[in-house]
Write a protein that binds this ligand. Structure first.
Ligand SMILES: *Cc1c(COP(=O)(O)O)cnc(C)c1O
Length: 497
């Protein structure tokens, strides 16, 4: 199988090259030139397999230039029972006879980014070896909280890599800061930046585009890379858990081979829901993909009207990982639903860049609407739904998953649809504990560790080990730099003069 850019599909490359490059030179995203199919019999068999076996099965179909041994190596290093608190990696929690929650937050940082970022470093280093890249790779990340920590945990102690994370001094929560400054590993660096997230982000961008500095790094046998969410190596691992959920439902007899399911996804950058769509292309029988947004509802409007318009106020919400106005991975979806029409993609993306807006044709809009339902919910409904879900199902969800549950409840009411439904749960309630406690009308303490206890009493979910132990973990990183000194900080960490 080969890969092509969504903006020019005349040239093709191998999966290892797509993973090393990340983004195509023409600005497009790499996509596979076909979608491998899984037969009904294969799904039935997969239903009895472990997560790692299913991951190997799916990844082999896409990473056809990897050897079986290489895929096996990546998968077994990433998805261990130790890191994911058990063998199941991504358990399906049954809410009711036809409703399931797919818990994607059992990884080391308690959010679904771990599902991809635990394996990406291995896919990347394997790809570098295969394509003859000899340098060490240094991952630079500016983070508003979650991605930086998930990347640190993914890359820690991975041979041939180093990772440096910058976070805004006053722009992350206390717990998020503790998670980063206590980071373990012999190849990690963490530094606060005076300023906000944009200052940190701009500083990282300036380092990436500094060609003199790239030369200096290259003389020191180093290349820079990002753990960007548009890298194929981050997307392909996400297909696995949708294939596995469907296979498990089949194996358990919750559905038969003819039944379709709904998949509900709380969406930001459109990566997670795109993975569900790709699972559907592989043979998962889907009735509707349900795209749930918070009050940054640019995707809801797009799917319902055919007009993508980012010219609107950016809102800070209780589901911050979905506070996004440009959903990069949407480009991959549009490429597929237009039957790979690069002319359309180029013209829409040009409009988006120049005017922050584009409108798709009616045929494409109709096709998208036949596949997807889109809805959004505001802050009050997000909070209320956490309480309602606890009352109705004795189950506590986080603020992002709550958006999905609420949009699904609205959909159910509107349509009466009774298909078996899988709701993607993207964060542990402990990760956004304060908001969850507030939604449950519990007392909130200034001490985050008291809050963990309170939430434990309220939810009966075990406190994630990685959060509980923060209280006693030694702080390793205390440095704070000015945005203009970030390059020097990188050099110091890498011991470059
Ligand atoms: C990143 C994230 C999302 C959004 O996922 P996308 O793939 O960007 O759509 C939703 N919830 C949580 C908790 C996240 O961290």
């Amino acid at each position: 199988m080969n890969y092509q850019s969504t903006r020019n599909n005349k040239t093709t490359i191998k999966s290892s090259e797509a993973i090393v490059k990340g983004l195509a030179l023409d600005g497009g995203l790499f996509v596979p030139d076909s979608f491998p199919k899984i037969s009904n019999d294969e799904f039935k068999l997969l239903g009895t397999k472990s997560y790692t076996e299913t991951a190997e099965f799916v990844l082999k179909k896409y990473l056809t230039d990897f050897t079986d041994e290489e895929v096996n190596n990546c998968v077994t290093k990433a998805y261990t029972a130790e890191k994911f608190g058990g063998e199941d990696i991504a358990p399906l929690h049954k809410l009711s006879d036809n409703e399931y929650v797919l818990e994607l937050w059992h990884g080391p940082t308690c959010a679904f980014k771990d599902m991809a970022l635990q394996i990406l470093p291995h896919l990347l280093t394997t790809s570098m070896k295969k394509t003859g890249v000899k340098e060490d790779v240094v991952i630079l990340v500016a983070t508003s909280g979650d991605t930086g920590k998930a990347a640190l945990e993914g890359f820690r102690d991975v041979d041939g890599t180093k990772i440096i994370v910058f976070y805004p001094q006053n722009g992350v929560s206390h717990i998020q800061k503790l998670q980063m400054v206590t980071q373990e590993g012999n190849n990690v660096g963490v530094c606060a930046v005076e300023g906000n997230f944009d200052d940190a982000q701009n500083g990282v961008k300036a380092i990436f585009t500094d060609s003199d500095y790239a030369k200096l790094l290259s003389e020191n046998n180093i290349i820079l890379s990002s753990a960007n969410s548009i890298n194929w190596g981050r997307l392909v691992p996400q297909i696995v858990y949708y294939v596995r959920s469907y296979a498990k439902l089949l194996a358990e007899g919750a559905i038969n081979g003819e039944d379709k399911i709904n998949i509900v996804v709380p969406t930001g950058n459109f990566g997670n829901i795109l993975a569900a769509y790709y699972a559907m292309k592989m043979g998962v029988k889907v009735n509707k993909l349900i795209c749930a947004s918070n009050s940054n509802n640019v995707l809801t409007d797009f799917i319902n009207t055919g007009i993508y318009d980012r010219n609107r106020d950016f809102k800070l919400t209780v589901s911050p990982s979905m506070d996004i106005l440009i959903s990069s991975n949407l480009e991959r979806f549009l490429y597929d639903v237009t039957d790979n029409d690069t002319n359309k993609i180029n013209s829409w993306m040009k409009d988006l860049k120049e005017n922050g807006k584009y409108e798709i044709d009616e045929e494409t809009r109709n096709k998208i609407q036949s596949l997807m339902y889109a809805g959004c919910c505001d802050e009050e409904s997000t909070m209320n739904c956490i309480g309602d879900t606890k009352k109705d199902y004795s189950y506590v969800v986080d603020t992002h998953t709550s958006v999905a549950v609420k949009v699904y409840n609205d959909y159910k009411e509107k349509t009466g649809d009774k298909h078996v439904t899988v709701i993607a749960s993207t964060a542990s309630p402990y990760k956004f504990g304060k908001s969850v406690l507030k939604a449950l009308s519990e007392t909130i303490s200034e001490d985050e560790f008291v809050n963990l206890e309170t939430l434990y009493q309220a939810s009966e979910l075990p406190i994630p080990k990685s959060l509980g132990e923060l209280k006693t973990k030694p702080v390793r990183f205390t440095e704070c730099c000015n945005p203009s000194d970030m390059k020097k900080t990188v050099s110091d960490i890498l011991k470059i003069k």
